[in-house]
Unconditional design. Structure first.
Length: 202
């Protein structure tokens, strides 16, 4: 009987050590496979890779094309209520910036979204978003500062924008110059995979 309890305890400990972490990705069209099939997008490719490697985590993709920080805020409660989430990654703000929304509004939306997750003891990371310089250097500086300030005030990790290495190469972008094309998806998956190793693994 004692031997059986020891064996069962060992199995439980082993499973706990390799328990799968569920990552919720709250993003926009960049992560929602805009202009292609979902199974061609970087999130699907990365999840497939993680499964093949036996990684102890996977990504629940809750990204929607056109999503704003306000939209993310309105959805977060419902998303977190549907299943157990260990880590929230926010990739929002690009559409806010392209529409010229107030940096103060963007900041408040992000702070509220993060607060909701943190109240549920969920670890949060924020991707620093960058936009095209259409609105001038002053707005761009204020926009990018939002992400720095939010990460600092909430004590969360600020992740570099994974599009920085992609957007400078026209052959990896769609005609609109904003969204990555199919060729870029494996590259984005590779970039994010490295970021996840730092976020999730000990």
């Amino acid at each position: 009987m004692i031997l059986l309890l020891i064996i069962l305890s060992s199995v439980v400990t082993f499973r706990a050590a390799w328990a799968t972490n569920s990552i919720l990705l709250l993003g926009d069209s960049i992560s929602a496979s805009y202009g292609m099939q979902k199974n061609e997008g970087w999130v699907h490719l990365l999840n497939k890779q993680l499964k093949q490697q036996g990684a102890p985590y996977f990504i629940n993709n809750a990204s929607i094309s056109g999503e704003t920080t306000a939209g993310g805020l309105s959805r977060i409660e419902g998303l977190l209520a549907t299943e157990k989430i260990d880590h929230l990654i926010i990739e929002l703000g690009g559409n806010d910036g392209l529409r010229g929304f107030s940096p103060k509004l963007i900041k408040n939306n992000l702070l509220q979204t993060i607060s909701i997750a943190q109240e549920k003891k969920i670890k949060v990371s924020l991707i620093k978003i960058k936009i095209t310089p259409n609105y001038g250097p002053r707005y761009n500086r204020m926009f990018e500062q939002v992400f720095i300030d939010v990460a600092k005030e909430t004590n969360i990790r600020l992740i570099p924008f994974f599009m920085e290495e992609i957007i400078i190469k026209p052959e990896l972008m769609q005609i609109d110059g904003i969204h990555p094309n199919i060729k870029a998806q494996p590259l984005i998956a590779k970039i994010v995979a490295k970021q996840l190793e730092q976020l999730i693994l000990p």
